[in-house]
Ligand binder design. Structure first.
Ligand code: FAD
Ligand code: COM
Length: 519
């Protein structure tokens, strides 16, 4: 064990220590930051210091309580900076940049990327080398700014509802908070253990060769599409194999169709209604072909690179075995609206309690658990929330799609860009940040946006945006929509023109009419 409580390590020093441990050298043992001069009992032990555990502990500490975080990794922040949000944003940035370069290959200052395959290995290595920076910041912020106590680099073993064993020491607390996250689901088909079969975690941890010209992605949800678009943008043939229609979460038909068309134009291939049957390996033990069962029969695709994105399995085994916490049919831990499990004094937060797998839910869940532990009666009710994903674009959505809105309201008005143009000519709108070159030189790729309005009440009920730069806006738009935002109120806002989402000016152009009309 190494006691860091008296040390005031800089971000750089944390980074060095984390890198040593991630490289497999844990000779000095866990990193322990526990205040020797504090004799108070811990209010809660947070098992897991990811988004849910770290935010829960920080909130509890801010309220005057005493939390202890234990994480098996030598850093706080969990899977977000290590395997999930951060690498996926790196890859999605790369995909957007490559799509720009491929679209304008040989024009202006753009190099000619036609027919060129870009290294995935180099990009993964670039991420792997840079990722300890955010890790180090998490440790620095948690210790020096948030005053959190923690033990890092070792697993916690649950003993009972009030104690856990950590590196041979028993820690007691008034409560336990299970924040152990989730892991990728595995496949049970022949060939699953071949080299060359990755998920989002093993890709960034273990890729050590340059994948060949074909990538096969299993799954049709956000992770499948986001990584698929990245592989495709590197110049590889990319097949998306999914049992269901891809992109089920984008709940507006026109927006989904725009996305699928643009992805297909970039060369992506979709096999909906299909499933992986078996994987064939070569003499080195690496995958060399995938046999896929499609609606028309089996096909064999030669590939040395397979990416599995079929959802997550909760890390709930130990809590079930030692505490007997109740779980649902997928093994996610059941909680009530106060984040309490079936066992008194045991709370659960984040991915381990099931969908939606979103950072805000993990962090807010931690916060609500902390409030309850500290004596408040605080209910976390997950309402409608905004969401986003990356294709080669940034895609945001909230509320009802046009189809659902028409079922619910008799007078649905849609304000959208680009307009439907009778001669089919594509207008260079919505033009905004990061989309201006497309607007000038390839207008059909500029983007798409749509505001869905109940024409009778004049209230916004849904919003969709494909392009760049709208994500921040959607965070603030969502609560306003929940509170009954009208087109008249939107038309009163001050746009920072050219604003990526044109909702404010579209509303202002129409708000003068007593009977609202679409456009
Ligand atoms: P985790 O962050 O996984 O934390 C669990 C922690 O528990 C880990 O640090 C682990 O080491 C520790 N642990 C487990 N068992 C033990 C034990 N016995 N002892 C000690 N420690 C233990 N969400 C977004 O909002 N935006 C995004 O852009 C986004 N991108 C994503 C991309 C991908 C590819 C994936 C898979 C997910 C993405 N998510 C995104 C979802 C988001 O990453 C998760 O919802 C979030 O990280 C969950 O936080 P958590 O604290 O519940 O779990
Ligand atoms: C963000 C990790 S990458 S955390 O939510 O700030 O802990």
């Amino acid at each position: 064990m190494i006691n860091v409580s008296e040390a005031q390590w800089s971000v750089g020093r944390w980074q060095e220590e984390i890198e040593i441990r991630l490289a497999g050298d844990d000779a000095e043992g866990p990193l322990v930051n526990i205040r020797a001069n504090d004799s108070r009992e811990f209010d809660a032990i947070f098992l897991g210091g990811g988004a849910a555990g770290r935010f829960g502990a920080a909130y509890l500490r801010a309220m005057g309580g005493r939390p202890l975080i234990v994480d098996r990794w030598p850093f706080l922040g969990g899977s977000c900076p290590h395997h999930a949000c951060v690498p996926h944003h790196v890859f999605s940035d790369v995909a957007a940049q490559l799509m720009l370069e491929r679209t304008f290959s040989g024009r202006l200052w753009f190099q000619n990327l036609r027919g060129r395959i870009v290294s995935i290995k180099e990009i993964v290595e670039m991420f792997r080398e840079g990722r300890t920076g955010p890790h180090a910041f998490m440790n620095f912020q948690s210790k020096e700014q948030l005053d959190l106590e923690f033990v890092l680099g070792t697993e916690a073993r649950i003993l009972d509802a009030h104690s856990a064993s950590v590196a041979g020491i028993t820690f007691g607390a008034k409560n336990l908070v299970l924040a152990t996250g989730a892991r990728p689901k595995t496949l049970s088909i022949p060939g699953r253990d071949l080299a060359g079969v990755f998920d989002y975690a093993s890709l960034v941890d273990t890729l050590d060769y340059e994948p060949g010209p074909t990538a096969v992605v299993i799954g049709g949800g956000k992770t499948a599409i986001e990584y698929g678009c990245f592989f495709n943008a590197t110049g590889r043939r990319t097949l998306i194999v999914s049992r269901h229609k891809p992109l089920p979460m984008v709940n507006d038909g026109e927006t989904r169709a725009f996305l699928l068309e643009r992805m297909q134009e970039q060369g992506m291939e979709f096999l909906p209604g299909a499933a992986l049957a078996t994987l064939e390996g070569d003499q080195r033990g690496r995958v060399q072909a995938a046999v896929i069962r499609t609606l028309e029969g089996e096909i064999r695709v030669e590939t040395d690179f397979l990416f599995l994105a079929q959802g997550l399995h909760p890390n709930s085994e130990e809590a079930r075995a030692t505490l007997g916490v109740a779980v649902d049919s997928d093994d996610f831990i059941r909680v009530d609206s106060r984040l309490r499990t079936s066992i008194p004094n045991v709370y659960a937060v984040g991915d381990v309690i099931g969908p939606p797998m979103e950072m805000f839910k993990a962090r807010k869940g931690g916060m609500y658990a902390a409030r309850n532990i500290m004596g408040e009666e605080a209910h976390y009710r997950l309402g409608d929330y905004p969401d986003f994903m990356h294709t080669h674009y940034e895609v945001c959505w909230l509320g009802l799609g046009e189809e659902d809105a028409r079922e619910r309201y008799r007078n649905v008005v849609v304000l959208k860009l680009p307009p439907e143009n009778p001669d089919g000519h594509r207008v260079a709108l919505p033009a905004g940040d990061r989309m201006m070159l497309y607007a000038m030189m390839k207008p059909e790729l500029t983007g798409f946006q749509k505001l869905v309005v109940d024409g009778d009440s004049r209230r916004v009920v849904g919003a969709f945006h494909v392009g760049y730069g709208a994500k921040d806006g959607f965070q603030y738009l969502a609560p306003m929509v929940r509170n009954g935002l009208s087109v008249d109120e939107l038309g009163e806002m001050d746009e920072l023109f050219l604003n990526p989402s044109y909702f404010i000016q579209l509303c202002r152009l129409r708000a003068g009419s007593r009977i609202l009309r679409g456009m």
